[in-house]
Design a protein around this ligand. Structure first.
Ligand SMILES: NC(=O)C1=CN([C@@H]2O[C@H](COP(=O)(O)OP(=O)(O)OC[C@H]3O[C@@H](n4cnc5c(N)ncnc54)[C@H](OP(=O)(O)O)[C@@H]3O)[C@@H](O)[C@H]2O)[C@@H](O)CC1
Ligand SMILES: [K+]
Length: 552
């Protein structure tokens, strides 16, 4: 896991280091600028050869200060460098002013406007050092236009000109992953390049990634992320230890990394998976119950059930209405099947040893679904473990409570997880939904939702957020080389619900939150392993290979 910081947390870590006397702000700025230059040559070694030119765009804060360090370092290497400044040099913060003044002693500082930048000769590299973690409001319109990715097309071979963002492409809100604009990008008359934003070829950030690098628009604008060590220490990062509960004040990225270094998948997630324990019989690995809908609507539940069985549950039983029994029997072998009539009690067909339930996929939006959900949430302390059974609620099990979410929340317990996509989330948490949350990040929206519901929430997307009521949160991002657009396919969410149930139900498994992180990771890895053309049925079948690759 890697910890993702907010802008405020980054500033606190920096201030603590400066306050302790371990380093000065000027030294940090020098390391940051040097780190960007090193990252550029590591990414494009050919730039070390020949006569090269750079345009450096500097802003009114310390991000701009980094820009002036980069200008000086490239100039010392013989590059032709033009530096542009947005703002009044006399108002720069002290370290940025020092670096500005060093540059200005020998070189001109040009103004930062599209006319001034693009009337100059073609550079090899453009450095965007206008705003970093200090962005507080939408970009001024003339700056947005000057930074627009299409602007460089006035030069020949524009696609070969590398744009490097310092900390982030300016305009990206690093806490939320939003782009702050207060003008209409869609107005084609006013803007020559509608809908085009400031995109980098490489983004270099310092010490640790920020939440906005992974949320929303972040990955699309940063494109490639390099993290530079500038010698700061963060003792809290210890809390990102694998398998430990998350630190409620932080957000952790779900990936096989620890303290900045890649970790073998044989260490994580392998060691957390219950099927690695040699001892135990099938009941130790949990019994998952999946509820299916009526005739012709059982596919989603069957896929969830198959994912639960393949991911580690010792037994899986599908419950369906009597009318759908034959249909399901034609499809299921290793998965057990029982019929459950509408007016029948669950206790009639499921004994106390069930350790996990998955409700929602294909069940139908109805009062009957609501009643089943409430009945299942009322079953507590399963089997000899003394733990409540895990209850995964997805799809129709969520939508059935639209308009009356409290009727669901008052029954949720700490082994309950809701797995909505944005549409389902909006039905239960309208005020926290995508459209409503302008000031709130997706992470904070999921945190507030988890606190309200009193249980874990997994809010799906390319940036999947997992949050628990105490504020502990993780982000699983299928980004930066892990993109799986083919996972946006019907039924993939049902498979994820089954995966969570299968991983979290065993008596020997770690807590629900940790297993949900692993489920999100395995889900994406299985999809990546299968590749384009994937349909949801393929995911459970791909799991054995994915697990094998992890040494399981
Ligand atoms: N922290 C660290 O450890 C390290 C940090 N480092 C670097 O410092 C960067 C952070 O520097 P920073 O705090 O000075 O913020 P930065 O992004 O330069 O902008 C602030 C300025 O922009 C202004 N402003 C904001 N929005 C605006 C808008 N829309 N339109 C116009 N103006 C706007 C804002 O004005 P104000 O809101 O105060 O009126 C203020 O003047 C960080 O990203 C990294 O690159 C490294 O050197 C190494 C270690
Ligand atoms: K920037």
């Amino acid at each position: 896991m890697t910890e993702l910081l907010t802008s405020t947390q980054m500033r606190e870590i920096e201030q603590a280091a400066i306050g302790s006397g371990a380093v000065t702000g000027l030294e940090l700025m020098e390391r940051a600028g040097q780190g960007v230059v090193d990252a550029i040559f590591s990414e494009w070694p050919k730039l070390k050869d020949g006569d090269r030119a750079a345009v450096i765009l500097c802003g009114p804060g310390n991000n701009g200060g980094d820009g002036f360090v980069i200008a000086r370092l490239l100039d010392e290497m013989g590059w032709e460098v033009r530096a542009h400044l947005f703002g009044d040099p006399s108002k720069l913060p002290p370290d940025a002013k020092t670096n500005h003044d060093r540059w200005a002693e020998k070189h001109a500082v040009l103004s930062l406007s599209a006319d001034d930048i693009y009337s100059g000769p073609r550079p090899d590299v453009i450095i965007d050092a206008v705003f970093g973690i200090g962005l507080t409001r939408p970009l001024p319109e003339h700056i947005a236009l000057a930074l627009n990715s299409k602007a460089k097309t006035v030069w020949k071979r524009a696609t070969d000109i590398k744009t490097v963002a310092v900390d982030c492409p300016s305009g990206l809100d690093l806490d939320r992953g939003h782009v702050l604009t207060d003008f209409d990008y869609e107005d084609e008359d006013a803007h020559p390049w509608p809908k085009t934003l400031n995109m980098a070829d490489l983004t270099v950030t310092f010490h640790a990634p920020k939440i906005g690098h992974y949320l929303g628009m972040g990955p699309a604008l940063c494109r490639k992320l390099s993290i530079v060590d500038i010698g700061l220490e963060d003792l809290q990062a210890e809390r990102a230890m694998l398998g430990m509960p998350p630190d409620p004040s932080r957000v952790r990225l779900v990936e096989p990394r620890f303290l900045g270094r890649p970790l073998s998948k044989r260490i994580w997630p392998k060691t957390a998976l219950s099927k690695n324990y040699a001892m135990g019989h099938k009941y130790d690995h949990g019994h998952v119950i999946v509820f299916a809908g009526g005739v012709g609507r059982g596919g989603a539940a069957r896929m969830a059930a198959r994912a639960a069985l393949r991911s580690g549950a010792g037994l899986v039983t599908v419950l369906c209405p009597p009318s759908a029994l034959i249909e399901n029997a034609c499809h299921l072998d290793a998965i057990m099947l029982r019929s459950l009539a509408k007016d029948q009690l669950l206790a009639d067909v499921v004994d106390g040893r069930a350790t996990g339930f998955c409700l929602g996929p294909g069940m139908g939006v109805s009062d009957a679904t609501r009643s089943r959900v409430i009945e299942v949430l009322g079953r507590r302390a399963a089997g000899s473990s003394g733990r409540d059974p895990v209850v995964v609620l997805d799809a129709d099990a969520l939508t059935s409570f639209e308009g009356d979410p409290d009727a669901l929340f008052k029954h949720c317990h700490e082994r309950t997880i809701l797995t909505p996509h944005e549409g389902e989330f909006a039905r239960l948490f309208q005020d926290l939904s995508g459209r409503a949350r302008t000031d709130l990040s997706k992470v904070d929206a999921a945190r507030q939702a988890a606190a309200r519901a009193g249980c874990t929430i997994l809010l799906k997307g390319p940036d999947t957020v997992i949050a628990q009521p105490d504020g502990g949160a993780s982000l699983h991002a299928a980004t930066y080389g892990r993109e799986v657009p083919w996972l946006a396919t019907a039924g993939a969410g049902d498979v994820l619900a089954g995966l969570i149930a299968g991983l979290a139900a065993p008596h020997l498994s770690s807590d629900l939150f940790v297993m949900t992180e692993i489920a999100a990771y395995l889900h994406a890895e299985a999809a990546r392993g299968f590749g384009p053309g994937l349909i949801a049925e393929d995911l459970p079948e791909q799991l054995p290979q994915t697990l094998r690759e992890m040494g399981c």
